[in-house]
Design a protein around this ligand. Structure first.
Ligand code: GLY
Ligand code: MN
Ligand code: MN
Length: 497
């Protein structure tokens, strides 16, 4: 007997016919889960209409993806593929293995959601299936529930493969390939069997994924509202962290304490964190993606907290505040902080319709370069203009290597498949949601910076929506100037005293 078989043997539960009969009987009528259409339904329908118009007479397949094993028989919490969430309006952990098909019709497409509906109580599925069964993971929606909730046609997942293969060779099929690798392999094999060439398949599928990614660049009003909720929830999480900063110092491994406090509120108010929180005290702030969060927090440190709540609809905030644990910035900390703040102000001022996306970075980095020059950190004879020269300069990047902005939405780095001309070089338009997040990172072992700056890392990150005549800072309620941050910490401490 193999190890695997032994293990399976270990866990097997004996089921007699008598038991099966007993467990199936005497359940009351279950109540329907969905009672009205989802608030997202008309918006998702509109998004599908846009895709439909771009790919007439083609079958478009957008899988949610499947459960992913964490270890042995335990899965990660499910999160649907972002394109699937965008086109269905389904969020949170819904629905593993589902597939949205836009089936071509005479005058557009019919949206059909194939998924695993609620199992009947006389099926093994009801109580015996630990991965999907109602006894184990809760009741799933019925076909009727999904039709009411989403306003699409609902079908059993078992009908999907047949439907996907219908009129094979005649209907052109496009698929979001990275959502469900196994499904992609199966469909590829079928399409190749029907005469398609693997390479052209990939090209044709990538065009769909690209279009879906690009489509998310301008948010509709429902999405902007979700972003507002994500930011408001994130604000709550940051204040909870501020209230716990002194405890974080006391308990040791304070970065983990901060991660936990923020995570508690993210999970309580929304689906969770939109990305692993960066909870970086002191020199850790100079490691850009410090998510290990194993460090202590000391009284004189700055804590850089980069964190965002993802709401149930899966839109996430992405906000950074750099907080003096003592409640007051030291002189050197304030000097660096104020420079980053000035850069952020310049970046936010550049975020307006008609400007290019890259203008935000250009405005912010110029301010960073000016400060570095004034501090005498650039090489001898290098002016601000010289360092900003993209071909020959860029010395300033030693202290701010990342970009100032990215699109934000269902993915923290949203619209990632857009090309340079569609993203960096494109004009900003009303409805785009972006971060503005300059920083300065002076590592403790950086001998090029004055000693007083060593070990100080600062980033300030806000989420803005482009409006008709500028931008609105969605996170404006979270204090940003050094003086306002100090007052904020004092106020939260007072409230929690
Ligand atoms: N939290 C990742 C970022 O700011 O882009
Ligand atoms: Mn960001
Ligand atoms: Mn961030």
């Amino acid at each position: 007997m193999s190890e695997e078989q032994k293990q399976a043997e270990n866990r097997a539960r004996p089921t007699t016919e008598e038991f099966r009969g007993f467990v199936r009987e005497d359940w009351s009528e279950r109540r329907p889960q969905a009672t009205e259409p989802a608030a997202s339904a008309p918006y998702a329908a509109q998004r599908r209409a846009v895709v439909s118009a771009s790919f007439p007479r083609q079958r478009l397949i957008v899988p949610a993806g499947g459960l992913k094993v964490r270890s042995n028989d335990t899965d990660y919490v499910f999160r649907p593929h972002s394109a699937f969430a965008h086109l269905t309006g389904l969020g949170a952990d819904r629905e593993p293995d589902a597939v949205l098909v836009l089936e071509p019709t005479e005058d557009g497409h019919e949206a059909i959601l194939y998924f695993r509906p609620l199992g009947e109580r006389d099926s093994d599925d009801f109580f015996a299936d630990a991965r999907y069964g109602e006894f184990w993971v809760g009741a799933r929606p019925t076909l009727a529930d999904i039709e009411l909730e989403l306003g699409v046609t609902a079908r059993h997942i078992d009908e999907f493969e047949g439907a996907a293969a219908k009129d094979a060779g005649e209907v052109s099929v496009r698929l979001v390939r990275d959502a469900d690798r196994e499904l992609t392999a199966r469909l590829d094999a079928a399409r190749v069997e029907n005469g398609a060439e693997q390479e052209s398949l990939v090209e044709q599928d990538d065009a769909l994924s690209h279009a879906l990614s690009l489509q998310r660049m301008v948010k509709d009003e429902y999405e902007v509202e979700q972003m507002r909720e994500a930011v408001a929830a994130t604000h709550v999480g940051f204040e909870a962290v501020i209230a716990e900063l002194e405890t974080a110092v006391e308990v040791g491994r304070g970065e983990r304490w901060i991660e936990g406090v923020f995570g508690l509120h993210a999970r309580h108010q929304g689906n969770g964190v939109g990305y692993d929180s960066i909870c970086a005290a002191g020199d850790h702030a100079n490691t850009l993606h410090w998510i290990r969060n194993t460090g202590d927090v000391a009284d004189g440190d700055l804590v850089l907290l980069d964190a965002g709540v993802e709401v149930d609809a899966l839109y996430t905030a992405d906000i950074t505040r750099t907080l003096p644990v003592s409640g007051t910035f030291s002189e050197a900390q304030r000097e660096v902080y104020d420079a980053v703040f000035a850069a952020q102000e310049a970046g936010i001022a550049a975020a307006k319709p008609g400007a290019k996306f890259s203008d935000i970075h250009a405005a912010a980095i110029a301010v960073i370069a000016e400060h570095l020059h004034a501090w005498g950190l650039l090489p001898e004879g290098v002016s601000v203009e010289d360092t900003l020269d993209t071909e020959h300069g860029q010395y300033h990047r030693r202290w701010m290597v990342h970009g100032t902005s990215h699109h934000l939405g269902i993915d923290v780095h949203d619209c990632a498949l857009a090309t340079r001309s569609e993203y960096m070089d494109a004009e900003l338009k009303a409805g785009m949601v972006l971060t503005v997040e300059p920083g300065l990172y002076f590592k403790a072992d950086d001998l090029k910076v004055p000693e007083r700056f060593r070990g100080i890392g600062v980033r300030i990150e806000d989420d803005v929506v482009i409006t008709e005549d500028g931008c609105e800072n969605l996170s404006a309620a979270m204090p940003r100037t050094s003086a306002d941050v100090e007052a904020w910490i004092a106020e939260v401490r007072e409230e929690n005293a």
